[in-house]
Design a protein around this ligand. Sequence first.
Ligand SMILES: Nc1ncnc2c1ncn2[C@@H]1O[C@H](COP(=O)(O)OP(=O)(O)OP(=O)(O)O)[C@@H](O)[C@H]1O
Length: 233
Amino acid sequence: MLSLKHVSKSYQNGSEVTHALNDVSFDIESNQVTVILGPSGSGKSTTLNILGGMDRPTSGTVTYNNNFINTESDKQLTDYRKEIVGFVFQFYNLISNLTVFENVAISAQLENKKYRNITEKYLQKVGLLKRKNNFPDQLSGGEMQRVSIARALAKSPKVLLCDEPTGALDTETSKRVFEILKKSKSKDTAVVIVTHNPLVAPIADRVIHIKDGRVDKIIDNPSPLEVEEVDWG
Ligand SMILES: Nc1ncnc2c1ncn2[C@@H]1O[C@H](COP(=O)(O)OP(=O)(O)OP(=O)(O)O)[C@@H](O)[C@H]1O
């Protein structure tokens, strides 16, 4: 579905060049949770930005359903981000002067006139319909993250990209978020979770280990664990 082939990415600041990714190749499949795992500075965010069409590789190719997204125009890349990708960020990125309902509705409206029903459906799915008239600062961190997942899902993304989605949450709250993310995979949707936390690996169908900007190993897991079955330490 989504495929990186021989992707390298360098950043140039003045005379200094940082090689963030070196010859990275892997596939992301729908109906799977893929965890991209690696220590700080290993290149995870760079990988996610390239998968999400927010950045282009220095060399190599990125394809979505066999279409090259690395060579597309800015307009096509914007369409890809808008129509195909949903994002979940570590610090939620909710709009503070909009209600929970409005934060999700903005995203639902992008694609459908029935945005009220869609918004309520996904708020229900993350267990927050009754908080729809609250503002983000009236919610806990875990609740804000669940709203941000509802917002991402409301546009029916084919690829849900999550950057350290539980990085700011305690263990119990994180488990609820992972349960929702795990349920979000479908035959039409791939879920990608970027994290430095190796405890997340057992819930994934595929784990891509990144080290020093390279793929260290790729592990396919035919029987991933349920969130409740994992020893979270
Ligand atoms: N815009 C940039 N300009 C220069 N160097 C960059 C830039 N973005 C990332 N880097 C460098 O690329 C390397 C990989 O960074 P990246 O953010 O992808 O790692 P990461 O695994 O996501 O780290 P973390 O878990 O700390 O967020 C690092 O050495 C980083 O300093």
